[in-house]
Design a binder for this molecule. Structure first.
Ligand code: ASP
Length: 330
């Protein structure tokens, strides 16, 4: 009889441009490591008690959404109209069930709404006010849209409006929002791809993936990125892999990135790492896509390629030490 798989969880908090030399970033770097570490420990604990991959990714993304360092839930970026529009998705690799919400601004924890769509509706994707009404009917916590606003994100919007472009969250050469009270983050905040995500394999051999985001600073209202689109930013299938992406959403949609990796494994016999590396470094880069992803296969092997200077990430195997990283060399 073969041993049961060793349960494992991996998470990300977005990718972007390095600013390691910036004054104060060592402290900020430590704070990011600490935030990732705490969330991984919670996921590891759940998995060690026999919890499901679905519950592990839900818990991790819940915690990431509530952490203002990351562009999801509280601390989400602003649209061009200085509003917030959040996207989230979840997928169960055992059944291929999936749920997602897009362009919501009143649901405190968008990932919980995505899971409710999967488990309590006949649909896969609900958007805008319809998604909000559904979440309210399900008894989820609703908030005023200003709940998500932070000073850092408002300054990022001012910067993006001035530059007249859409910006990714951890990604910005000029950091106008760096006040003396706001020390620079390791990855430049206005050019960071700050989506959050989690993938997990449980002791029963099931995979799951979840992703949540505020999108991109200065995006047009009504814009939907890759995060809530099953196969683009989020995908899980027990036969291949669980994947959660972060990056320039439009290119991830055009490349159907998450599904492309699974398809390469299923039809081309590629390993997870070969498939993930080729997609991120070649196919995605070829169309100007920037960002990265975290992935796990059914045996718990992980891959986390990114074509930016850094990506907040980490993984925790049951019974092993938690590992967190920001830069390539970490
Ligand atoms: N992929 C997200 C989007 O395009 C952005 C991000 O990853 O930061 O909405």
């Amino acid at each position: 009889m073969t041993n049961p798989p060793k349960a494992v969880i991996a998470i990300h908090g977005g990718a972007g441009t390095i600013s390691r030399s910036s004054q104060g970033s060592a402290m900020q770097e430590a704070a990011y490591h600490q935030a990732l570490n705490g969330i991984l420990l919670a996921g590891q604990q759940l998995l060690s008690e026999g919890g499901s991959a679905l519950d592990a990714v839900s818990l991790a993304v819940d915690l990431l959404e509530e952490c203002p360092r990351f562009n999801a839930g509280y601390g989400a970026v602003f649209t061009h109209e200085a509003t917030h529009e959040l996207d989230a998705a979840i997928m169960d690799g055992a059944t291929l069930r999936a749920g997602a919400v897009a362009c919501v601004s009143r649901i405190r924890r968008p990932l919980r709404a995505a899971r409710a769509v999967m488990e309590r509706s006949e649909h896969v994707l609900l958007v805008g006010t319809g998604a909000e009404a559904f979440a309210e009917d399900c008894g989820l916590e609703m908030v005023d849209p200003t709940f998500f606003s932070t000073e850092v994100r408002r300054a990022q919007l001012a910067h993006a409006l001035q530059a007249d472009r859409m910006m990714m969250d951890h990604d910005g050469a000029s950091l106008t929002f760096r006040t003396k009270d706001l020390m620079p983050a390791p990855l430049d905040e206005s050019r960071k791809l700050g989506t959050v995500g989690a993938v997990a394999l449980d002791v029963h051999g099931n995979l799951a993936a979840a992703t949540s985001t505020g999108g991109m600073t200065n995006k047009r209202c009504g814009r939907v990125g890759d995060t809530p689109l099953i196969g683009a930013g989020t995908y899980a299938d027990n036969r291949t892999a669980a994947i959660s992406c972060t990056g320039t959403g439009e290119m991830f949609i055009r490349g159907v990135v998450a599904y492309d990796i699974c398809a390469r494994m299923a039809y081309g016999g590629q390993s997870l790492d070969v498939a993930a590396q080729e997609v991120v470094m070649k196919s995605l880069a070829a169309i100007g896509g920037r960002g990265g992803l975290i992935a796990l296969d059914a045996l718990g092997r992980s891959s986390c390629p990114f074509n930016t200077e850094g990506m907040y990430r980490g993984h925790a195997r049951v019974g092993e030490v938690v590992h967190t990283a920001i830069f390539l060399e970490d």
